[in-house]
Write a protein that binds this ligand. Structure first.
Ligand SMILES: *[C@@H]1O[C@H](CO)[C@@H](O)[C@H](O)[C@H]1NC(C)=O
Ligand SMILES: *[C@@H]1O[C@H](CO)[C@@H](O)[C@H](O)[C@H]1NC(C)=O
Ligand SMILES: *[C@@H]1O[C@H](CO)[C@@H](O)[C@H](O)[C@H]1NC(C)=O
Length: 484
């Protein structure tokens, strides 16, 4: 008789109904290798009561039955080889002198892969006869997951040759793992499953890509999913490749007399560059060139002799990469001309302003000259902290330059020298008294020289009180002294 309801029951609990008695078991159980699992078996006795004459546990595999354990009310308990050491009845009542055999659940210890089978729990009763039920035991094996690079360092080939760069292995698992890769690399995975004799499966996945500069240091993550558990392992690729070289430094604006020009060889390489070599393709290397590893320094101002083609060869253990630059030298740069035009206008403005201020000062000065100085010069105070006013090095008062040619060579690199704190040192180096620093700011210091007065600024280091009259040598005399 087809029983729809009965089949439904089979899914979770096996119930054998026969004359009011039944054997209750789980339909399936599972455990990992080495673990413990309980196989439940209960005899539900109902009216009229029956006599249990024996309970037999059997392993059912390949269509044959093998006895595992027997409980007999008169003869006691017997666990057979090869289960003797690992199987026992859970309920102590089973082993008693006058046993109770209603619950004959067994405990399986130290599970082995070979334990996977269906197990039958059979009750021999009188007068009802045999009643049995079955449980399917599945044994899992946790895999060993291991990820490795094919070799610690991979050399990028000259051809676009694909190769295995990393391998992920999930060994001896049951059921087999599913391996996926997480990476930004544009490679492919080649995965295979190997069935082992013990029933486990080894899954091996090779990640295949063309090793190149771009793949260097890329991360590869292997994700091995096993029974809802995830193992992840990552590696960073170490791809060696020959140098890729560029030369920096030539801006197309190397003009005659330009200073501080140099060429630098920049190389992208793994491993690092062991040797930089420079070549000049138009004869022998110019004399002004100083070789400093990755840099070619052109000492002194630019001359026409340095024009030509320069090649940098950068070498690492994989190979040599080269780059070249064609250096041209121009009379004056277009950029330079523009700057000059701008500077001329600026210079004219400054010139006008300075002259105006000078005239004003001159007037003030001559006005004050009429008063007599009766003070004591020894009361002069040094106010300049930059060495300008130090005794014994009385500086020349700068004359106003004939033209504002300082603006002409005032390219960005030179500006700090002309106007910055070093201007005073510069100053001493000019016996022709060319003034290198001046402006028309309010706190300017007055300077008198050869009937001419100018305004010039020594920078923020100079703090002159309103009541002090600065002197040429950088000292100041109080107004009180001056005007007595
Ligand atoms: C046990 O597994 C076998 C096949 O391996 C299957 O035919 C049977 O129905 C299963 N029994 C239970 C109770 O799930
Ligand atoms: C079951 O049968 C298969 C072949 O049909 C055999 O390889 C396996 O060893 C058998 N298992 C047992 C436990 O005898
Ligand atoms: C330098 O040599 C290179 C290659 O021989 C050539 O192309 C280039 O025109 C030469 N330059 C000069 C300035 O002679």
């Amino acid at each position: 008789i087809y029983c729809y309801f009965c089949q439904f029951q089979m899914i979770s609990v096996t119930i054998v109904v026969a004359s009011g008695q039944m054997v209750k078991m789980d339909s399936d159980r599972s455990g990992y290798v080495g673990s413990q699992v309980e196989l439940r078996c209960e005899f539900v006795n109902s009216n009229p009561p029956v006599k249990i004459s024996q309970v037999t546990w059997q392993k059912f595999v390949n269509g044959t039955k093998q006895n595992v354990a027997i409980a007999n009310p008169a003869l006691g308990v017997s666990v057979l080889a090869p289960f003797k050491e690992r199987v026992r009845f859970k309920n102590p009542a089973v082993r008693q002198r006058t046993p109770s055999l209603e619950d004959t659940t067994i405990i399986f210890n130290n599970l082995r892969l070979s334990d996977e089978a269906a197990y039958i729990c059979e009750y021999t009763t009188f007068p009802a006869g045999n009643r049995e039920s079955m449980v399917n035991l599945t044994v899992y094996a946790r895999p060993m997951v291991q990820m490795s690079l094919s070799t610690p360092t991979i050399v990028a080939g000259s051809k676009d040759l694909k190769m295995t760069v990393a391998t992920c292995i999930s060994a001896n698992g049951k059921p087999p793992s599913v391996i996926t890769w997480d990476t930004e690399l544009n490679g492919e995975a080649n995965t295979e499953e190997i069935r082992n004799t013990d029933g486990t499966i080894t899954v091996r996945s090779d990640y295949i890509v063309v090793p190149s500069r771009e793949t260097h240091q890329q991360r590869l993550t292997c994700i091995s999913t096993y029974n809802d558990e995830q193992y992840t392992d990552s590696v960073s690729l170490n791809i060696q490749y020959e140098p890729e070289v560029i030369i920096e430094g030539f801006d197309g604006n190397w003009y005659i007399n330009r200073d501080n020009v140099q060429l630098t060889c920049l190389a992208d390489a793994n491993p690092a560059i062991s040797l930089f070599q420079w070549r000049y393709l138009n004869g022998s290397m110019p004399n002004s060139v100083e070789l400093r590893d990755d840099t070619l320094i052109f000492k002194g101002p630019v001359t026409y002799e340095i024009a030509g083609t320069y090649v940098c060869d950068a070498t690492n253990s994989i190979g040599t990469g080269s780059a070249s630059v064609e250096v041209t030298v121009s009379g004056k740069s277009a950029w330079h001309e523009q700057q000059r035009a701008g500077a001329a206008i600026g210079g004219a403005v400054v010139c006008g302003t300075v002259l105006l201020a000078a005239i004003t000062l001159l007037a003030v000065f001559f006005h004050r000259q009429r008063r007599t100085f009766k003070g004591d010069y020894s009361t002069k105070k040094q106010v300049l902290g930059n060495g300008f006013g130090k005794a014994g090095s009385l500086p020349p008062c700068p004359s106003f330059p004939q033209s504002l040619n300082y603006t002409e060579d005032s390219n960005d690199e030179k500006k700090p020298e002309v106007y910055g704190g070093e201007s005073v040192q510069e100053f001493h180096g000019y016996p022709d008294n060319r003034m290198k620093a001046y402006s028309t700011v309010e706190d300017s210091q007055r300077c008198r020289y050869d009937e001419q007065s100018y305004l010039y600024d020594y920078g923020s280091e100079v703090e002159i009180s309103v009541d002090m009259v600065p002197q040429m040598d950088g000292s100041v005399i109080s107004k009180e002294e001056w005007y007595v």
